[in-house]
Design a protein around this ligand. Structure first.
Ligand code: ALA
Length: 524
């Protein structure tokens, strides 16, 4: 008996573009330039590239192989997949993290994505033109977010409107299914995104400094800032932590979504090559295009110190305050502004559909729900869960979700999965699973990386984070007294969400609706 029939990616190129679309997201254009600017530009790249080779790419192979194995056995989410890898009652609840993390991140990610759509429209209308300074752009953004009452916006009507549109766009794509929804989107959005990013990168590299600019305000200074390696900060553990966190975030590894996408592959799909292609595309877009567009432009207009200051002042300041100002100075400012924000929106939507797919897979596969019903239920849950993000943005609610699920959660899940894969499932079975159908041979040294180096590095990161951030997080030392209640509400939401997903997983197994009950798998 074979496993249940599953939907598949229609084409190989579509699969690679969907994987790359999942990886290439807001992180490439908003998070990476900020992290690089805050951690000394070129100094950041050495730990970043080291983490790419020792954590990012091998973890991508591990996740693709777990996902493909899961798919051969009718499992599209990590709860079911971990149950295959490790026949222990707790395994599926550990795997439930791979449904929880993406949904928790989607709770705020889709909202940020909706700002990009809104700003693309504002750029076309010239709505923020003439504000003239990063601070004034900040007031515009805060007015839009409802964090501040000012002349630019009257309440949250615009923010809600664009959020609703973004949510509907996501649900529309998802209701088409894997091949006719997600893959079709990736086939259109990814080439368009790369063209837009190349145009903006070329424009950044041909920028003239503003009148009266200092000697450090030039394209050459911007390029020097990113590309001159500086070995000094290599001994600073914070730079390593940030680099590893960025690799997990940008490649979407340690989330549970690569597994989910891989479950729709052909049983002998070459995952070694697909993994390298996905990582290569993501890094090209992140380091070459993402780094160039925002960082070079910011250095030309604000100088190196100014760019670093803007990056430090807030997560979205480079993208939503500095970049629109720079683009406004160019010929065709409306077009360039709209191109920048459309690029961000495309990057966002190809990732957010991936964030929602694991929960949809659980509802479809284990509860037998038709796709549209599973998508609608996921959409309603997301719309409800996102309300506090919209309403309490200024109180640190979103930052809590980003810290616990979008940062710490990734390291925990990545660590647990490499232990389950390399030690419990076993490196011999794991290695042959990774190499199955591969045209390229991975150097055998990667067996050691998967079994020893990756878990070692992830454990070290976890311990360092725990020492550095947890005391402050737990004692709420950096949170204003009035905001503490929102922090606890955010944490309660995360606990409730994880509990709810565990209940779903438990019911799925108890009711015998899991594909395992239909068939003992011949594939493990
Ligand atoms: N990997 C996605 C991003 O970079 C989530 O935004």
């Amino acid at each position: 008996m074979t496993s249940l029939p599953r939907e598949r990616w229609a084409t190989r190129i579509g699969l690679v573009l969907a994987l790359a679309g999942n990886a290439i997201g807001l992180g490439n254009f908003l998070r990476f330039p900020r992290q690089a600017a805050m951690n000394g530009g070129g100094a950041f790249l050495i730990p970043y590239l080291t983490c790419l080779l020792l954590i990012g790419i091998p973890l991508l192979w591990v996740e693709l192989s777990i996902g493909r194995l899961g798919g051969r056995n009718g499992r599209g989410h990590t709860a079911g997949m971990f149950d295959l890898l490790w026949r222990h009652p707790i395994a599926k609840y550990i795997g439930a993290l791979g449904i929880f993390i993406p949904f928790a991140v989607a709770t705020y990610y889709t909202y940020v994505e909706s700002w990009c759509l809104a700003y693309a429209v504002f750029a076309l209308r010239g709505q923020y033109f003439g504000l003239g300074s990063v601070d004034a752009m900040g007031h515009f953004l805060h007015g839009y977010q409802g964090v501040e009452q000012n002349i630019h916006f009257d309440g949250l009507t615009w923010a809600y409107g664009f959020f609703a549109l973004t949510l509907l766009a996501n649900l529309w794509v998802l209701s088409g299914g894997v091949a006719r929804g997600i893959e079709k989107l990736a086939r259109v959005a990814m080439p368009l995104l790369i063209v837009l990013a190349c145009v903006l990168a070329v424009r950044s590299l041909t920028l003239d400094p503003p009148a009266g600019a200092g000697s450090d305000q030039s394209v050459a200074a911007g390029l020097r800032f990113i590309w001159s390696p500086d070995l000094g900060p290599l001994t600073d553990p914070t730079v390593w932590l940030t680099a590893a966190g960025q690799i997990l975030f940008t490649l979407s590894v340690g989330w549970g979504i690569v597994h989910c996408y891989a479950s729709y592959m052909q049983p002998d799909e070459d995952i070694v090559t697909s993994g390298i292609q996905c990582a290569g595309l993501n890094e090209f877009v992140e380091v070459i295009l993402g780094g160039t567009i925002a960082l070079v432009a910011a250095v030309v207009f604000f100088g190196t110190a100014g760019a670093m200051r803007i990056a430090q002042s807030g997560s979205y300041d480079l993208g939503f305050q500095a970049m629109p100002l720079v683009l406004e100075q160019l010929a065709l400012p409306r077009l360039f502004g709209a191109a920048w924000f459309s690029l961000l929106f495309l990057a966002g939507i190809t990732s957010s559909v991936a964030l929602l797919q694991p929960l949809i897979a659980l509802l479809e596969e284990n509860f037998g729900w038709p796709r549209r019903r599973a998508v609608a239920a996921t959409g309603i849950a997301l719309a409800c869960a996102a309300q506090p993000v919209v309403l309490w943005l200024g109180h640190g609610y979103m930052d809590q979700l980003d810290f616990w699920a979008g940062s710490l959660g990734l390291v925990i899940f990545a660590l647990v999965e490499v232990i389950v894969f390399g030690w419990i499932f076993g490196i011999d079975r794991g290695w042959s699973e990774i190499n199955r159908g591969a045209r390229l041979r991975i150097p055998r040294a990667y067996r050691t990386v998967i079994r020893w180096i990756m878990p070692g590095m992830l454990a070290a990161i976890l311990v360092a984070w725990a020492l550095e951030r947890l005391p402050d997080e737990i004692s709420l030392a950096r949170v204003e007294a009035g905001d503490r209640v929102y922090v606890w509400l955010a944490r309660s939401y995360l606990i409730a969400l994880f509990a709810a997903i565990c209940v779903l997983v438990r019911r799925a197994y108890r009711e015998g609706s899991n594909p395992r009950s239909c068939t003992p798998s011949p594939h493990v």
